[in-house]
Ligand binder design. Sequence first.
Ligand SMILES: [Zn+2]
Length: 487
Amino acid sequence: MSRLTGAGEQRGAEVIDDQGDTLPLPAVEQPRPEPPAGPPSPRPPVGPIAKKVAIGLAICLVAGAGYAGLRQVADAPADPNAPTGTQGPQSSSPPDNEAADGVRRATAGEEVLQKMAEAVTAGNRSDFLDTIDDRSTAFRTTARMVYANLEKLPLGIFQFRYVSDDTAALAPDRLAELGAAEAWLAQVEVSWQLKGYDQKPARAILPVTFVRRDDGKTYAASFSDRFVAGQRRPVWTLGELDVSEGDRSLVISLNSAAQAKAYVPLADRAVTSVSKVWGTSWPQKVVVVLPAKQSQMEYVLGAAPNTYTQIAAVTMAELDAPQIGAPVRIVANPKLFVELGKQGRRIVLTHETTHVASTATASPVPLWLAEGFADYVAFEAVPVQDESAAKELLKAVRAGRVPTALPDTKAFAASSSSLPEAYESAWLACRLIAEREGEEKLVKFYRAVHTSRSADGLSDAFKTHLGMTEQQFVAEWQKYLKELAGV
Ligand SMILES: [Zn+2]
């Protein structure tokens, strides 16, 4: 079960992109993640840190299954106004009345939200349930679950903000079902901070349905009318949570069978393995989300249905704008993560935790360095034989196809047949640096590129830390690959 397998089982690719666009997926027959906001441009090796956004899929096949990391910062579900749009002149009220009605709805809705957030913060369940519509029985059940879930999380900040509403968003049959004097759908921004893990609160847009009953009071009647495809949903709205905390990790499971508790030692250990190489100058905490269903994974990530069928784990920032300090989650694909086996899961979690530690979601390092370094750390923690871990690359070298350059962004987003080689090339480039100069030097080299604000960051790091040009390094690396391949 410790073997790392090759191209046949390759499941995807990981990409980093300057603009936060999603790069096309390799040839695995699935839709690309949303929103594909235009053709990606190849990124320079090093660029301005502030503009970097990482988003994409990653994968390497481990132990007979695949693993992948998605670094998703700018998945931007929601222009809050976009999902429902502004209303045309459907109402017969004059504009002044419409505006006044809008203010009245916002005030009433905001009041409900305020009460709800205060009840959560104060731990007052009955106050929370007082804000929920009595006649929406299914939602009352959901609301009880949401409250119980929030109680299980180490919540710091918890806030709602009424963003906009749309009186025409609810279909006539839904309105009839609600049977209220007035009902409307509002887009609400929710912020929640996991104490001890998040420097900044996570944020998402939640569609909240409000009803005004005959007593003149306003209540919440749904958190799920009219979600937009690709809109992120908070994990605590998706099902009953099982939450477990270790010394270094918080595991949030939606799967009662895969107990969160069982994953805590694994996640704790990944943090220790990463700190051993990367050092301890990072928060040394990870949040791992274990959905029970593929769809839940897609909801957490804000992905189109079936985007991640073959992706085992993903690292994402739970904010719409990329920034250092954004709350980061490792989200597992329930099916593949189980198939990986224990050792495979350790490799995946260590790889993803390396991305978390090195804030790869907001870093200018080239992909070969980000992925190669993550695999270097993972394989130092869980050694795998070269013949397995670099199967496709060694095969290529033996067939006389020695790579002529370090893999570029395209290599990671190319057809699935070249993906294993890209990952393996990146990994062995990083391992060569560690073997030649020592692991500490590899880390220094990585950090130099990571913190550089110059377009020459990479070539400067080659010169300063390795005493050679990239070209000279590539020549050394080619020799190294041939040696490993025995040619
Ligand atoms: Zn990765």
